[in-house]
Ligand binder design. Structure first.
Ligand SMILES: Cc1cc2nc3c(=O)[nH]c(=O)nc-3n(C[C@H](O)[C@H](O)[C@H](O)COP(=O)(O)OP(=O)(O)OC[C@H]3O[C@@H](n4cnc5c(N)ncnc54)[C@H](O)[C@@H]3O)c2cc1C
Length: 518
């Protein structure tokens, strides 16, 4: 017999080896000898009160063995000689589209502009140390896409869009720890992601798929509104039947190409703002109600904040406890920030995007001439402002938090995790009012919700501009582009995902749709 129960364990109890067995036995009134195993299904932290509690959901096996195999089986087939599906981009959407093709007996041919994870590292170093951005290989482009040098947070709200558990199990199949199946807010960490991504690549190649790195797609050949071929930067042209377009939301050249070719695109609302960085200790003390260091059983504390200002949400986005702010520009001449964390989240800073909801119909009047690209052009302008304010390098413009709200240039900045360095700048006057004005009120509101958050010990760093796609590539109910037969817009670039897991799920769905069309 298997019984699922909830257990509440405090920090002292958590240290006891058999605590789950003891508590399960007591709660169920079953002798410990009759319990063959207690399997943790879910673990979360309840830190609302000073006495912090771990909430466990467990399955108690009474006179019964734990099944050895997972319910999820990934049955990959040799597809070397199977029909081909072309996939542009090898981020989470492209990777999971490729894996799904193999499961269903089709051969994925992946074209990725960036380098494999190993070689990508050098370009990442060049951004951080020499301020040189390679526009094909950077924090967003290359094997694993924007998800490789990230926090690897796997939390998603897109529960209705696919089987989230299937993606988690597949990540475990490719080397992620089983902990991600249990944690309420699982994350992998940037130090562990490259190996998992390499395993996925090896698996695709082993079963006969093809992956071509340093191969940028530059044009589509269309005939009678059907995609016939794709052109590559190296001069080659490939005939195609079905193409999954999984190029992410930083592939501006792809949006521009489609716009130029009159392929339907729609401007879409998105959010923009800054990244805020506090010493992790401040966030721990607020969230765990402690003074000094947090208990060693507790992970670096996270937060999630939202505040309404003039009918728009100002909210925290992609919070990275114990993490680093990273330069996520995809070209020289722009500054973009984002965040990542190692698996242990043991860096001394906590950073998070703090962004303002923008309304595509109301906020971009000056950009109307750009049509579907209006949000993108606005995004570009803000990134250029950050570049010039930062000193025309990857050094980012920054201000102390209270100074920003008070409209005062910071004479000194706090220490930071951002490797290319910070330059003091008047972000309060540089950011457009629709963003800056709301952020200033938002931060004060956050300080009222989390006492100690609103402090000059925090820096804000500009600009957090790539939260989600400013463009939607429209598709029909069968996931094909509304105009172009054989083209399947996919993942974050199409406007169909907002993170690693949702992009991966959309990749699987697009593979199924592209195959159904063959
Ligand atoms: C620093 C950072 C941290 C993040 N942290 C998290 C996190 O913790 N959790 C989370 O859920 N999300 C996080 N995200 C967001 C997440 O990475 C994206 O939502 C996700 O990667 C989108 O997947 P995708 O496959 O749709 O696109 P992408 O990951 O953007 O992949 C697109 C791929 O297409 C390639 N490409 C583009 N143009 C071309 C072309 N013309 N020809 C060939 N190839 C092309 C690119 O090189 C890229 O590899 C983070 C993003 C960044 C930048």
């Amino acid at each position: 017999m298997v019984k699922e129960i909830q257990l509440r364990i405090n920090l002292v109890e958590e240290l006891k080896e058999d605590i789950l067995l003891q508590k399960s036995s007591k709660q169920l009134g079953v002798d410990q000898n009759e319990i063959s195993a207690v399997k943790v299904l879910r673990k979360s932290i309840d830190a609302r009160k000073k006495d912090i509690i771990f909430n466990y959901k467990v399955a108690v096996y009474i006179d019964e063995k734990i099944p050895e195999k997972s319910d999820y089986i990934f049955d990959y087939k040799d597809v070397s000689n199977a029909k081909e599906i072309h996939i542009i981009g090898f981020g989470p959407a492209g990777m999971y589209a490729a894996l799904r093709c193999i499961e269903l007996g089709y051969k994925p041919v992946v074209l990725e502009r960036g380098k494999n994870v190993q070689n990508r590292r050098r370009d990442i170093k060049a951004i951080n140390q020499d301020h040189i951005v390679n526009n094909n290989s950077n924090y967003c482009f290359g094997e694993g896409g924007a998800g490789t040098y990230s926090d690897g947070k796997l939390y998603t709200r897109s529960l209705k869009r696919g089987d989230v558990r299937r993606i988690f199990e597949n990540l475990v199949f490719h080397g992620a720890t089983e902990q991600i199946l249990i944690d309420a807010h699982p994350h992998i960490g940037t130090n562990k992601l490259p190996k998992i991504i390499e395993n996925i690549r090896e698996n695709i190649l082993k079963f006969g798929g093809e992956i071509h790195f340093e191969t940028r797609v530059t044009d589509f050949v269309l005939k009678n509104q059907k995609i016939q071929a794709i052109q590559l930067e190296n001069g080659n042209e490939l005939s195609v039947n079905s193409v999954i377009l999984a190029t992410g939301h930083s592939a501006r050249d792809i949006y521009e190409l489609m716009h130029k070719k009159n392929i339907a695109l729609k401007a879409k609302s998105f959010a923009m703002g800054v990244r805020v960085e506090h010493p992790q200790e401040i966030i721990d003390q607020i969230q765990y109600h402690c003074s000094g260091e947090r208990d060693e059983l507790l992970p670096a504390a996270a937060y999630s904040l939202v505040h309404q200002v003039n009918n728009r949400g100002v909210y925290s986005f992609c919070m990275c406890p114990g993490g680093f702010i990273v330069p996520a520009a995809t070209a020289n001449g722009e500054v973009v920030v984002n965040g990542m964390s190692p698996s242990r989240r043991n860096n001394k800073f906590a950073n998070s995007g703090i962004v303002v909801e923008l309304n595509i119909d109301k906020d971009f009047k000056k950009y109307e001439e750009f049509g579907a690209l209006k949000g993108l052009e606005f995004q570009k302008d803000l990134e250029k402002i950050a570049f010039f304010a930062g000193g025309r390098s990857q050094t980012a413009p920054a201000q102390r938090l209270v100074d920003f709200v008070d409209g005062k240039l910071s004479t000194e900045l706090n220490e930071t995790s951002y490797q290319p360095g910070l330059k003091s700048a008047p972000l309060h006057s540089l950011l457009p009012k629709i963003i800056g004005g709301r952020l200033r009120k938002g931060f004060v509101g956050f300080g009222q919700k989390m006492h100690g958050y609103y402090t000059n010990e925090a820096n804000i760093v500009g600009v957090e501009s790539r939260t989600s796609s400013p463009i939607n590539i429209p598709r029909t109910a069968n996931l094909e582009h509304t105009q172009i037969e054989g083209l399947f817009p996919c993942g974050e670039g199409g406007g169909y995902a907002g993170g690693i897991v949702s992009a991966a799920m959309d990749g699987e769905r697009c593979a199924e749709a592209a195959i159904a069309k063959l």
